[in-house]
Design a protein around this ligand. Structure first.
Ligand code: URA
Length: 189
């Protein structure tokens, strides 16, 4: 990971991210997708990286996968999407939606770590194998670790499937629903 010095306030951090040129992804992006939501959220969702709709708007999870994520939050957790925070491992779109390289992910991760430090979420929900892998360093298969409760010093990680995976594999929605019910049971009542 880079020893990049980053500001601690979310506003200053966002300003720096919007001007970031630390990796190749900055050359092809239209917008930096910093992340958005409640800066005091109890729950932080972490995706992989922006897709086409996110790149063109600057907002996370606003395309088809975003619709699935919004439904998971609003119809299963029963809270407004604006109550959580939503971010990604990489803040700029990888060309053709390829998986971010290790260099891109490690270059961008300090922004996510500062977001976590600032928001202080109780629960971090990683969406898909890539988000889980780069947040934890663990390369386990998503089918092995989804729905597990992993306590860290200041937060608990619950990995689940990526919403795009659910669009391609509707039969996995059963397990995603179980994961969301688990998350609901761990939320402040
Ligand atoms: N997929 C992601 O991983 N992140 C987004 O923001 C949108 C789609």
């Amino acid at each position: 990971e880079s020893d990049l010095q980053l500001p601690s306030s979310m506003d200053a951090l966002k300003k720096q991210a919007l001007n970031c040129h630390l990796c190749e992804l900055s050359k092809s992006r239209s917008h930096v997708v910093f992340g958005e939501g409640n800066e005091d959220a109890e729950i932080l969702f972490v995706g992989e990286g922006p897709g086409a709709t996110e790149d063109s708007t600057g907002h996370p999870f606003v395309g088809r996968a975003g619709e699935v994520l919004t439904n998971m939050i609003e119809k299963v957790l029963l809270i407004p999407r604006s109550e959580v925070y939503i971010a990604n491992i990489v803040k700029c779109r990888p060309p053709n939606n390829r998986v971010p390289t290790a260099t891109e992910a490690h270059t961008c991760l300090p922004y996510l770590h500062k977001q976590i430090e600032s928001i202080k979420p109780k629960l971090i929900i990683t969406l898909g194998a890539t988000a889980y892998h780069y947040l934890t360093g663990d390369e386990s298969r998503i089918t092995q670790i989804r729905g597990t409760v992993q306590k860290r010093d200041t937060y608990t990680i619950i990995p689940t499937f990526h919403p795009s995976y659910l669009l391609r594999n509707p039969s996995a929605k059963k397990e995603a629903f179980i994961d969301m019910k688990l998350i609901k049971s761990l939320m402040r009542s």
